[in-house]
Design a protein around this ligand. Structure first.
Ligand code: ADP
Length: 495
């Protein structure tokens, strides 16, 4: 087993990994930026090293610096968490070339699933159902019009290198096609430094359901059931649960088997997630694979009793999976709500400042994964996720009651948060009975959501910043967008 692991991340996920290391008697090393000098992740690890100025490009995305510290302090492995370098082929290769183990999949699996079109091609060849549409980028408008006619309107134009819900446009009819195509191409180039665009059939009112999988380096595969992630704002998840009440055992068997086939198709090992859209007739379609640990992994841990981070470390160390499929089952129900420092009164823009008070909920069935303590600074530079609140109950009803109760226990002073908005979701009749799809927030909270869309100037400026960061990173992944706040920009922390 490893003796020392460097955690190339920050916030709640760095703390989550430190906890796994401590339970496994592995020394943890963290890195921190100027803005994170007093952050809990830097204090709780066994060793912590300063890596640079606050912008991610000068700290958490400084590949050379991170690898040089890893070598200097003699770590056996690097855990990337989610976001930052977690899906960066170049970084994974550089780590491996130094004889350090990357806690995650091989760089070739990441590359195979790295762009949406490449992943769609591979899935198509391996009989994994994909959303109908093109499997390679569309070069000309005429080509796109032909494809759209084949699958019939409405269609979605998507950036092949896209992430974070950016670079997507709904096209309802032929005359909207040309201007939308040009606009997605422009946006894709700005956000992702790659203007490849392809077409998917727009699935009306689907559910977003994803399967947690694991593979080891000996070709063994297991799944850890599904997560229901349809509660999204601007295509980004805010509440996730497991299991999905929408899925019966028959469908569960099919979708989890398909997810395992998808993982095998790219020779995958370590933790991964296969995302699907499930339509109203229970047809499911591959959306994309996330080749890393997900933000929402705790709900899978709560219902399975597994520790997914320890399992990641175990597999990376060259051991076989510590359990087989028949060893695990679904126990009860878990729901996660993401607590963000953002201002619902101001288009949900990030809210920054010092946490003058931070009282976290506790009690039966409650787990909190937080990245901050009282006195911490929520800075402009990173994703404004304060904490993940996860509830568990014997039934969905109990888990939801606990979640609501716990939301009421938060006391956060110093920044605005989305806690009231989460409470409103928990009190919504359709959410309570489980009647929702990916358009839930648009449908049920039209007023709150309608003024959420940043104006075009903000988007243009955001695009320029994101594009330059992405150029540096040369990776695709899930991105939480940079947003302007007080004329400054929050940086990106993928996830
Ligand atoms: P990203 O990589 O930017 O997160 P995804 O392809 O994973 O993009 O899609 C994000 C979300 O966008 C999905 O969870 C879903 O809500 C919506 N979406 C994506 N593709 C489609 C589609 N073909 N039809 C309907 N909704 C879609």
């Amino acid at each position: 087993m490893f003796k020392k692991i460097l955690i190339a991340n920050r916030g709640e996920i760095a703390l989550r990994i430190i906890r796994a290391c401590k339970e496994m008697d592995i020394k943890s090393v963290t890195v921190y930026s100027e803005a994170d000098k007093t952050s809990p992740h830097a204090r709780y690890s066994d060793e912590a090293y300063y890596i640079g100025e606050s912008p991610s490009s000068e700290s958490y995305l400084n590949q050379k610096k991170i690898i040089s510290i890893a070598k200097q302090v003699g770590v056996d492995a690097i855990h990337p968490g989610y976001g930052f370098f977690s899906e960066n082929v170049e970084f994974i290769k550089a780590v491996e070339e130094e004889g350090i183990t990357f806690i995650g999949p091989s760089s070739s699996s990441v590359r195979m699933m790295g762009t949406k079109t490449a992943a769609r091609q591979l899935m198509n060849q391996n009989n994994v159902p994909i959303v109908p549409g093109s499997i390679s980028p569309i070069n000309k408008i005429s080509e796109g019009l032909e494809e759209a006619q084949k699958i019939s309107y409405p269609v979605l134009l998507k950036s092949a290198a896209g992430g974070g819900g950016k670079g997507m446009k709904l096209v309802r009819s032929e005359n909207e096609f040309a201007p939308s195509f040009e606009s997605v191409k422009r946006e894709a180039l700005k956000f992702f430094a790659d203007d490849s665009v392809y077409i998917e059939k727009y699935i009306e009112n689907p559910k977003h359901i994803e399967v947690q999988i694991f593979g080891d380096k000996f070709g063994n595969y297991v799944h850890v059931f599904e997560r229901e992630c349809s509660i999204q704002r601007r295509h980004q998840k805010i509440i996730e649960e497991s299991p999905s009440f929408y899925i019966d055992n028959n469908l569960r068997k099919k979708i989890t088997q398909t997810a395992l086939n998808a993982a095998k198709a790219c020779g995958y090992y370590n933790a991964g997630t296969i995302e699907f859209l499930v339509d109203r007739d229970f047809n499911f379609y591959f959306l994309e694979m996330n080749t890393r640990l997900q933000v929402e992994h705790p709900v899978s841990e709560m219902i399975s009793g597994l520790d997914l981070v320890k399992e990641q470390i175990n597999i990376a160390a060259g051991n076989e999976l510590s359990f087989q499929q028949e060893d695990i089952g679904i126990s009860g129900h878990a729901i996660e709500a993401r607590i963000y420092a953002e201002d619902p009164e101001n288009n949900f823009l990030p809210s920054t400042g010092k946490l003058l008070d931070l009282q976290l909920p506790s009690g039966p069935g409650i787990r909190i994964d937080a990245g901050f303590t009282r006195g911490s600074l929520i800075s402009l530079y990173y994703d404004p996720l304060i904490a993940k609140l996860v509830s568990w109950g014997k039934t969905r009803e109990e888990a939801l009651k606990r979640l609501k109760r716990a939301l009421g226990e938060f006391q956060i002073v110093g920044v605005s948060t989305n806690v009231q908005f989460l409470k409103a979701i928990c009190n919504n009749d359709n959410f309570i009975i489980g009647n929702y799809d990916i358009n839930f927030i648009d449908k049920e909270f039209a007023n709150e959501n309608s003024n959420n869309i940043p104006d075009s100037n903000d988007m243009e400026n955001a695009a320029v910043i994101i594009s330059s960061l992405l150029k540096m990173r040369k990776s695709s992944g899930e991105i939480r967008t940079s947003i302007m706040n007080n004329n400054k920009w929050t940086d990106l922390q993928n996830g």
